[in-house]
Design a binder for this molecule. Structure first.
Ligand SMILES: *Cc1c(COP(=O)(O)O)cnc(C)c1O
Length: 412
């Protein structure tokens, strides 16, 4: 029997006086992560030292956390590994998609959404330069044109790479339908689950996804810079093993026996082909504490709570802040919404700074998006109503006109 969603709030170290609606950017600290990191530092690093690679199972953290993430995204053990950043894993996933299409050299197109998170688009652009001899063609198009683009270019596409939930608007692609469309044309489907994982139920295998990547410092609460993850369906891991395909980045941890110190690279079998080098153990300690909490959460109940929060926030802002020029950027239909709500306003940046100064924390995404993430494990309906009231006061008192709210920091 899992806990009720509202009982999880006590498991987080939330600062007093803060309404935190930015768990889609950096999740709140789970109290168990504090203890886990402390133990890893003082006992395992402090006393165990080098022995801890074996005695504290440091060396298997990427596989162990990967298997736990697999359960949260509807994959099987051995299909997910936790490692590196999402950006690096996107590089590996795209290289792998091209390797899986090696017998179809005419498949040179990478299709994506022009509004995808920039790093996803940058990695594809970099690959095109790096693999100049493959003549990779990029088709980055608007969401409204996605199905038509897949229909038109799919037969020449190596891979369709999409982020399921748009980081600006919170609009969600239908994972099953888009995957089926891409595969009907012979293209592979790569999903970025940055704003999906632990935001709502995800079922990569039920949707027959080929490859996926995701972040674990957002809704997963794994801590700043937490290891990301990469998923490859078992059928593809088997093909890669059978064809002797190399690792996308052939670092020593992707070697089948790193501690033989063999001068010749021999790729590891299975999901381990995606690791590169020494795992960041302190980050893994925090991540694993968060994952162990997630494994007790009822994801359908989480989604139900998330919809209540997002619907309530939309209703509160539209009633409390009517007439202040805020327009909803997120779909009204909850079925195509992730776990965030965004509003557009030309003064968006300064409005968000004023809100943060009042202790209601969301974030801003250029050019004009005020973004609010709803994480039901620690956000309540009272928070939602409170944040909307602060927003009303910021607008009514024109607090966004203050000069110090207009100066931009390096990170927005
Ligand atoms: C947050 C996010 C990333 C972040 O990538 P990092 O390598 O962790 O900085 C990548 N893709 C999407 C879609 C994201 O939302």
């Amino acid at each position: 029997m899992s806990l009720r969603i509202e009982d999880y709030r006590a498991q987080f170290a939330l600062p007093d006086g803060v309404i935190y609606l930015d768990g889609n950017s950096l999740g709140v600290l789970p109290k168990t992560a504090v203890a886990a990191v402390q133990k890893t530092v003082t006992e395992e690093w402090g006393n165990g030292l080098i022995r801890s690679w074996n005695t504290a199972d440091w060396v298997t953290a990427p596989q162990r956390c990967g298997d736990k993430i697999a359960r949260l995204i509807g994959a099987n053990a051995g299909e997910v590994i936790a490692c590196d950043s999402t950006s690096v894993n996107l590089f590996k996933a795209l290289i792998t998609a091209l390797a899986l299409q090696v017998n179809s050299p005419e498949r040179s197109v990478i299709i994506s959404d022009i509004d995808n998170f920039p790093t996803d688009l940058y990695i594809a652009q970099g690959l095109r330069e790096l693999l100049a001899s493959r003549n990779i063609e990029l088709q980055f198009v608007k969401r409204a044109d996605m199905n038509a683009t897949i229909a038109e270019f799919g037969a020449r596409a190596a891979v369709v790479m999409l982020t399921q939930v748009d980081y600006r608007t919170g609009e969600r692609y239908d994972m099953k339908a888009v995957t089926a469309l891409a595969q009907s044309k012979g293209a592979l489907m790569l999903w970025d689950l940055a704003h999906s994982t632990c935001a709502f139920p995800v079922a990569v295998n039920a949707c027959n996804a080929d490859l996926a990547v995701g972040c674990s410092y957002k809704y997963v609460n794994g801590g700043p810079g937490a290891p990301a993850f990469i998923f490859a369906a078992k059928r593809h891991l088997d093909t890669l093993d059978a064809t002797g395909s190399s690792a996308p980045i052939s670092g020593w941890f992707a070697h089948q026996a790193p501690f033989t110190f063999d001068p010749v690279f021999k790729v590891a079998r299975g999901i381990e082909r995606f690791t590169v080098g020494t795992p960041p153990i302190l980050q893994f300690a925090a991540l694993e504490a968060a994952l162990d909490m997630w494994l007790t959460v009822d994801m359908d109940a989480l989604r139900a709570a998330s919809v209540v929060l997002t619907e309530r926030f939309i209703a509160e802002v539209e009633s409390q802040c009517a007439g202040f020029g805020l327009t909803l950027a997120t779909p009204r239909d909850a079925n195509i919404r992730g776990s965030q709500v965004s509003f557009r306003h030309v003064e968006g940046y300064a409005i968000m700074q004023a809100l943060i100064a009042r202790g209601a924390i969301g974030d801003f995404r250029a050019p004009d998006i005020l973004r609010f993430g709803f994480t039901p494990l620690y956000v309540t309906e009272d928070d939602v109503v409170g944040a909307a009231s602060h927003l009303r006061d910021v607008m009514k008192l024109r607090e966004y006109e203050r000069a110090d709210f207009r100066a931009r920091g390096k990170v927005t």
